[in-house]
Write a protein that binds this ligand. Structure first.
Ligand code: CP
Ligand code: NVA
Length: 305
């Protein structure tokens, strides 16, 4: 049987997402009720990090533990991965010793090469081009607060980065629209967007216009990991792209605000918005745990109900 990987958001169908989200709700309920649930007893997750992380590491490691399994953390600083061992060799070896692998790395092609040599499912824990687990948590959070996301308007204000590309894939799967505003020179790379994704967004030169009538306003850091040397140029180019109360007023009165975190108050978002009543960033962060537990269960055991 072909191994199922989760390398980008478009890897799952709507039907699979509906299943995983139903499981996430059930698994979340068990967690809140302190009910032990150990479907992955004796299973091992290996987590490979080539970039820093707080939420991704914690949610996968705690999640695997809560499912009855074990999680092992590897990083490129103190493993042979940082010393030039071919990625295909690493995949062969790691995948013979565990049941599922999560990787955070640079180019998407690295995770694709890794997955093609892996004997077990591989999950994308963030690449330069995609962050599907975060968008899965974001959509789960939206649905918890507001119901179906189909037909809704999501405003993306900021950089055309991994989060935006995963949101564009999600718009095609779930049938919603994205209003995108990025500063000149930091716009969407059309080679990263499918024809379906391209039909799911509208570009706005002015960030406030992108927020008009939105059901959800979301943003992310202006300088993603791996682009640190561009930080000063980006600070200048993104001037005016802060999500503040004025931009939130252009959205629907019950619009939510999301940010995958870590956030920089006073840069991409003002403190009154991220700490204000429309912000659901803490639910969004917590839901990483619940959706990824459902994802691990699905990839390792398949559909169980
Ligand atoms: N949002 C997110 O992926 O956070 P970390 O970088 O802390 O994992
Ligand atoms: N776009 C950000 C997300 C961090 C979770 C980055 O890639 O650094």
């Amino acid at each position: 049987m072909a191994i199922k990987h989760y390398l980008q958001f478009s890897d799952f169908s709507l039907d699979e997402y509906q299943y995983v989200m139903e499981r996430a709700s059930i698994i979340k309920r068990k967690f809140k009720d302190y009910k032990p649930y150990h479907p992955l007893a004796d299973r091992t997750l290996v987590m490979v990090f080539e970039k820093n992380s707080t939420r991704t590491r914690l949610s996968f490691e705690a999640g695997m533990h809560q499912l009855g399994g074990a999680a092992i953390y590897l990083n490129t600083r103190d493993s042979q991965l940082g010393r030039g061992e071919p990625i295909e060799d690493a995949a062969q070896v790691i995948s013979r010793m565990c049941d599922v692998i999560m990787i955070r790395t640079f180019g998407q092609e690295i995770i694709e090469r890794f997955a093609s040599s892996s004997r077990v499912p591989v999950i994308n824990g963030l690449t330069n081009e995609q962050h599907p687990c975060q968008v899965l948590a974001d959509i789960f959070t939206f649905i918890e607060h507001r119901g179906s996301i189909a037909g809704k308007i999501v405003a993306w204000v900021g950089d055309a980065n991994n989060m935006l590309y995963s949101w564009l894939q999600a718009a095609a799967v779930f049938g919603f629209h994205i209003n995108v505003s990025t500063p000149a020179g930091y716009d969407i790379d059309p080679t990263q967007v499918s024809a379906e994704g391209a039909s799911r967004y509208t570009f706005f030169a002015h960030p406030a216009d992108a927020c008009h009538d939105a059901d959800l306003v979301t943003t992310d850091v202006w300088t993603s990991m791996g682009y640190e040397e561009e930080k000063n140029a980006r600070l200048k180019a993104f001037d005016g792209w802060i999500v503040d109360a004025e931009k939130m007023r252009r959205a629907k009165s019950d619009a939510l605000f999301m940010h995958c975190l870590p956030a920089h108050r006073g840069e991409e978002v003002s403190a009154d918005v991220i700490d204000g009543p429309q912000s659901v960033v803490w639910d969004e962060a917590e839901n990483r745990l619940h959706v990824q537990k459902a994802l691990l269960e699905y990839l390792v055991l398949g559909k169980i109900s």
